[in-house]
Design a protein around this ligand. Structure first.
Ligand SMILES: NC(=O)c1ccc[n+]([C@@H]2O[C@H](COP(=O)([O-])OP(=O)(O)OC[C@H]3O[C@@H](n4cnc5c(N)ncnc54)[C@H](O)[C@@H]3O)[C@@H](O)[C@H]2O)c1
Length: 665
C-alpha cells in the first residue's frame, strides 16, 4: 500500500506487528502512576474503543503494559511505518486542499526532527500533545482525507468525535484541548483524565498543529532579548562581551542560543538532557557543548575578555552555573530560565544535585521525593539569582512559571510586602508594552508546496510591505517595524527552517492583513503555491494568561478568560480554516486559556474577505481588551484604528482621578 492508501485506511485492517522500544529517540518521561485499579480498567476499556473486538484480548495486555511503563496508553504499535514530515500538499490524499493543508501541518508537528518526543506524539514543552495516541492520529488523517467543504471535523483533546455537516464558510476543523469543568482543573486532575485517555494538554501550537519548529520561537526570543538589552544597557554600551545565562535546549528554549548569537552576546544555556543539547548542536543552533563546569568558567572568561559572540550549551544543571558564576565573579548581564516549570512534577524541572538519569528514576519510583527535591532546588535557584540581581543582573521570568513555582516552593522571589514577585515577566517589561499593546505578535505562514523558492518570494513580499508601512508609521511603532524588517531581510540567511517551509514575523494588524492579501494575489497569479497562515497562541488577542500574555493587564481582569473565548468564536465565523481553544499552554494546566487559528489561502476573492475580516478581529479584539484595561499603548493603537475603520466602535475607558478614590477610604 502506498502512503495515500494507508492514510485513507485509517485504523489498519490487519493488526500491525508489535513495536520494540526505540531508545535512540528522545522519549517522554514516565508519567505519574495516578489511577486506581478500577480506573486502569477504564483507561484500557477507553483505549479499546478504537479497535475491533477480535483484537481486544491481545491489545488489552499491551495497553496494560504501556500504562505501567509510561503512565499513558500511546498505542505505539499503531504508529505508522511511513516517514512523518510535512510533505508537499499534493502528496496528501484529500477531496479539498484546505484539509490537505491541515494534514501537512499535523505531520509537521509530529516530524521527529521537530517533535520533542515523537513516539508519544509530543511536540514541545514536555507534554504538548498533538494527539493522545496513534489511533486518534490515524482516524483524524482519514477524516481529513475524506471530508468535503461542507463538513467540519470536531476534535476533543485529540479525539476525532466526527465529521458534522456545516457549510463552505465554516471552519473545517474545530479543536479543543484540555477544557475542563473549572473545579476539576488542577494538576492531578489533568494527570488522571489524561491517563484515562479523555483529555490532553495541547500546549499552544502543538494541539493546534501550528508549531513550526524552533524558528517560531527564535524570532520572539530575539525580540525579547534585544529589547531586554535595550532596556538596561547604558549609553554607548553594546551587547558585546555581555553574558546571558539561562537554561533549556528543548522545544522552545532551544532557540535561546541562536537568539543570543543574533543579538551578539555570550549566551550560556544549561541543559540536563544531553540528547536535547546534542540535537540543537547538530542543527547548528548552539556553537559549543561543554560538560565540565571548570571548562565553562575558563571559556566564558576568555570570551568576555575577547568580547566574542558565542553560544554555549552547558550539559548540566542551571543552578550549578548560577552558583559557580557567583563564586568566580562572572557578571551576568541578563538572566532568565526556560526549564519546563509549567510541568514541575513530571520532569519539566530537574533538581540540582541529582543527575538527569537519577532524576528520571526518582520520578518513576519515588515521585514524592522528586517533588521535594524540585522544591529544594527552586529555593536554591531563587537564592542564587537574588545574589546576582543584587550585583546588577537583570532577571526576567520567561513565561515558564519559574516565579510561580519558586514562590510556591518558598523561594526568595517576592517583593518586600509579599504582594508581588520581585522580578518582572518578559511580557510585563518587554513584549506587553512594546508589542502586544500595539498589536504586534507572532504571525506566521507556511508554504504548502514545500518549495524553498516560495518561501524566498514570500519573504520578499513581506519585506516590501513592511517597508511601505514603515514610511507612514507613527513613531511609537517604528522600532518594532525596523526590527522586523531587519529580521525578514536576514531570515533566509539565518538558516532557520526545520521541517515545513515556514516563516515567522512579528506584525501588527495592518502588516498581517496586507502581507496576507499580497500572498493571496501571488497565489492567484500562480507565482507561489497555497499558503497556510496562522500564529502562535502567544499573541495579542488569543490568550488569557495572568502570569504571561496578560501579565501586563492591571485592572483585575487578568484572572478572567473572556478574551480567549471571544477570540476563538469570533475567528471561527469570520473565516478561519481551523480554530482551537486550549486549557493550559506554557504556564501550565489551569493557568491559561488560549485560542488560535489556521487559515488556508487559495487565491480566491472569498479568501480576501476572510483575511480582512478575521485577521482584523483576531488582533483588534486583543488591543480593545488591553485598552479597556487602560494600557496606554493599546489606547493609542485602538484610537488610531477606529479613525481608519468607521465600523469599529470600541468602548474607551475614562480615567479616574486617584484623589477621588483616596478620599473614599
Ligand atoms: N521561548 C519562549 O518564548 C517561551 C515563551 C513562553 C514560555 N516558554 C516556556 O519555556 C519553557 C520551556 O519550553 P520548551 O518547549 O523548551 O520545553 P522543553 O521541556 O522542551 O525544554 C525544557 C528543557 O529544560 C531542561 N531542564 C529541566 N530542568 C533543568 C535544569 N534544572 N537545568 C538545566 N536544564 C533543565 C529539560 O531537560 C528540557 O530539555 C516552557 O515552560 C514554556 O512554556 C517559552
Amino acid at each position: 500500500m502506498n502512503f495515500k492508501h494507508i492514510i485513507i485506511q485509517g485504523i489498519p485492517k490487519k493488526l500491525p506487528s508489535k513495536k520494540t522500544y526505540d531508545s535512540s529517540v528522545n522519549r517522554a518521561p514516565k508519567r505519574k502512576d495516578i489511577l486506581s485499579v478500577k480506573e486502569k480498567k477504564l483507561a484500557i476499556s477507553n483505549a479499546l474503543r478504537y479497535f475491533p473486538k477480535i483484537w481486544h484480548k491481545e491489545l488489552a495486555e499491551e495497553f496494560k503494559l504501556e500504562l505501567a511503563n509510561y503512565g499513558r496508553i500511546y498505542m505505539l504499535r499503531f504508529k505508522p511505518v511511513y516517514q512523518i514530515y510535512a510533505r508537499p500538499i499534493d502528496e496528501y490524499p484529500a477531496k479539498i486542499k484546505e484539509a490537505a493543508g491541515i494534514m501537512m501541518m499535523i505531520q509537521n508537528n509530529l516530524d521527529p526532527n521537530i517533535a520533542q518526543h515523537p513516539d508519544e506524539l509530543i511536540t514541545y514543552g514536555g507534554n504538548g500533545a498533538v494527539f493522545q495516541n496513534w489511533a486518534q492520529y490515524l482516524l483524524t488523517m482519514k477524516y481529513l482525507a475524506t471530508m468535503d467543504d461542507k463538513q467540519t471535523l470536531h476534535l476533543y483533546s485529540g479525539h476525532p468525535m466526527g465529521l458534522f455537516p456545516s457549510s463552505k464558510k465554516a471552519p473545517r476543523v474545530v479543536i479543543s484541548n484540555g477544557i475542563m469543568i473549572p473545579n476539576y482543573s488542577k494538576p492531578d486532575d489533568w494527570e488522571k483524565y489524561n491517563a484515562l485517555g479523555v483529555t490532553q494538554y495541547g500546549q499552544m501550537t502543538a494541539g493546534s498543529f501550528m508549531y513550526i519548529g524552533p524558528q517560531g520561537i527564535v524570532h520572539g526570543t530575539t525580540i525579547t532579548l534585544m529589547n531586554a538589552f535595550r532596556n538596561i544597557l547604558k549609553k554607548g554600551e553594546t551587547t558585546k562581551g555581555k553574558v546571558f545565562l539561562t537554561s533549556g535546549l528543548g522545544g522552545m528554549s532551544g532557540a535561546q542560543p541562536k537568539a543570543g548569537n543574533i543579538v551578539g552576546c555570550i549566551s550560556i544555556t544549561a541543559e540536563v538532557n544531553v540528547l536535547a543539547a546534542q540535537k540543537r548542536y547538530d542543527q547548528g543552533w548552539v556553537d559549543i557543548l561543554i560538560s565540565n563546569i571548570k571548562d565553562l568558567v575558563l571559556f566564558v572568561k576568555k570570551a568576555k575578555s575577547k568580547k566574542t559572540t558565542v553560544s554555549i550549551a552547558y550539559i548540566g544543571n542551571v543552578v550549578e552555573v548560577w552558583e559557580k558564576f557567583l563564586i568566580e565573579k562572572i557578571d551576568v548581564t541578563i538572566g532568565s530560565d526556560q526549564t519546563s516549570l509549567h510541568n514541575p512534577w513530571s520532569g519539566g524541572y530537574y533538581p540540582v544535585g541529582v543527575s538527569y538519569e537519577e532524576g528520571n528514576i526518582m520520578l518513576k519510583d519515588d515521585p514524592k521525593k522528586f517533588k521535594q527535591k524540585v522544591q529544594e532546588s527552586l529555593r536554591r535557584h531563587a537564592k542564587v539569582i537574588r545574589a546576582h540581581t543584587e550585583k546588577g543582573t537583570y532577571f526576567f521570568d520567561y513565561g515558564n512559571a519559574f516565579l510561580l513555582e519558586a514562590s510556591r516552593a518558598g523561594g526568595d522571589v517576592m517583593n518586600k510586602d509579599k504582594s508581588d514577585f520581585c522580578y518582572p515577566s518578559y511580557v510585563q517589561d518587554i513584549l506587553g508594552p512594546l508589542c502586544f499593546d500595539y498589536g504586534f505578535g507572532p504571525f506566521r505562514w507556511i508554504c504548502t508546496s514545500g518549495r524553498s523558492e516560495d518561501l524566498k518570494l514570500t519573504d520578499k513580499i513581506a519585506e516590501k510591505i513592511l517597508l511601505k508601512i514603515r514610511k507612514n508609521a507613527f513613531k511609537e511603532i517604528q522600532t518594532q517595524l525596523d526590527d522586523n524588517i531587519n529580521w525578514i531581510k536576514n531570515a533566509n540567511s539565518n538558516n532557520l527552517v526545520v521541517g515545513s517551509k515556514a516563516r515567522i514575523l512579528y506584525a501588527n494588524a495592518e502588516g498581517r492583513i496586507k502581507i496576507a492579501l499580497a500572498f493571496n494575489r501571488a497565489i492567484a497569479s500562480e507565482k507561489i503555491g497555497n499558503i497556510v497562515l496562522g500564529r502562535d497562541h502567544h499573541d495579542v488577542g488569543g490568550t488569557d494568561s495572568p502570569y504571561r500574555e496578560t501579565s501586563n493587564i492591571y485592572d483585575g481582569s487578568k484572572f478572567t478568560a473572556d478574551m480567549a473565548i471571544h477570540n476563538v468564536i469570533g475567528d471561527s465565523f469570520r473565516g478561519a480554516s481551523w480554530v482551537s481553544i486550549h486549557n493550559g499552554g506554557g504556564v501550565g494546566w489551569g493557568e491559561v486559556l488560549n485560542g488560535g487559528f489556521g487559515m488556508f489561502l487559495d487565491g480566491s476573492d472569498l479568501c480576501n474577505k476572510r483575511i480582512k475580516n478575521m485577521i482584523f478581529f483576531d488582533v483588534n479584539n486583543g488591543i480593545a481588551r488591553r485598552s479597556w484595561a487602560k494600557n496606554a499603548n493599546a489606547l493609542l493603537a485602538i484610537n488610531k484604528e477606529m479613525k481608519k475603520t468607521p465600523k469599529l466602535k470600541v468602548t474607551i475607558p475614562e480615567n479616574v482621578n486617584t484623589s477621588i478614590l483616596d478620599s473614599l477610604f
